[in-house]
Design a protein around this ligand. Structure first.
Ligand code: C5P
Length: 234
């Protein structure tokens, strides 16, 4: 998998999602299906988008005891998506079990890449200390979780583009960095605080950028997508 732009399809239902994706005639974007859309539509929406030729990042962020995550991953493996994720906070044992489940669910087939959320970008240093009782600085925590994910055999992490370079330095160039928090230089940041443009994310070494509202809320979604691709991939 090379560098690509992943479009976050943060829609409430299938019809809105299909109406949005029907506008893309020249090329099929790599899409992200998150909790909202998956919980509304279930595996049918994954099958539908796969049948339409989209690559899929199923962003369900699993976090439970190892046995439960292993069995859930085996079920998700049957959907044959390209990328799935979990929370690194579930521990190394949970991540190892998740990988076993993913492989067991597709005997003989290529398994989805498995990536870990290190710390959510909505968690700041205050919440880390006050709510999670973690006293180390955020960047140390993120790198420690990334190393644990790598040691468990995972393929990469979800992180801020600001952390992508450091993650590659510590975990290797081949360890994937999938980075949300991307905005155009002349765009609205919305609720994202630490952002980079697609061109800056490319320079920082991100492997995939996840872009939602700068594309989904644009007057011309296709032009906004093509602009991301031009800045990040071409
Ligand atoms: O609209 P926007 O570009 O902010 O969308 C970013 C997408 O990436 C959303 O689907 C959001 O849930 C997801 N995400 C994020 N930060 C993380 C993990 C996922 O913004 N740490």
């Amino acid at each position: 998998m090379g560098k690509d732009v992943i479009v976050a399809c943060d829609f409430a239902g299938a019809q809105q999602t299909l109406d949005f994706l029907n506008r893309f005639t020249a090329r099929k974007p790599f899409v992200k299906i998150g909790m909202e859309l998956y919980y509304a539509e279930g595996p049918a929406i994954v099958r539908e988008l796969k049948a339409r030729g989209h690559k899929i990042f199923l962003d369900l962020k699993l976090h439970d005891i190892p046995n439960t995550v292993k069995k859930a991953m085996a079920v998700l493996a049957g959907l044959d998506v390209d990328l799935v994720n979990l929370h690194a906070a579930g521990t190394r044992d949970m991540m190892t079990a998740a990988l076993e489940g993913l492989s067991a669910g597709r005997p003989g087939g290529a398994r989805a890449k498995l990536i870990a959320v290190t710390q959510l970008t909505s968690t700041d240093q205050t919440a880390l200390e006050r709510d999670l009782l973690i006293r180390q600085p955020m960047d140390e925590v993120v790198l420690h979780y990334a190393k644990t994910a790598r040691d468990a055999g995972l393929d990469g992490v979800v992180c801020s583009p600001l952390e992508a370079g450091k993650v590659h330095e510590v975990c290797g160039a081949g360890f994937l960095t999938v980075t949300p928090g991307v905005r155009f230089a002349d765009g609205d940041k919305g609720d994202q605080k630490r952002v980079m443009t697609p061109a800056q994310a490319k320079a920082a070494g991100s492997d995939y950028i996840v872009v939602g509202r700068p594309i989904t809320a644009a007057a011309d979604c296709v032009a906004a997508y093509e602009r991301c691709v031009a800045e990040f991939v071409d």
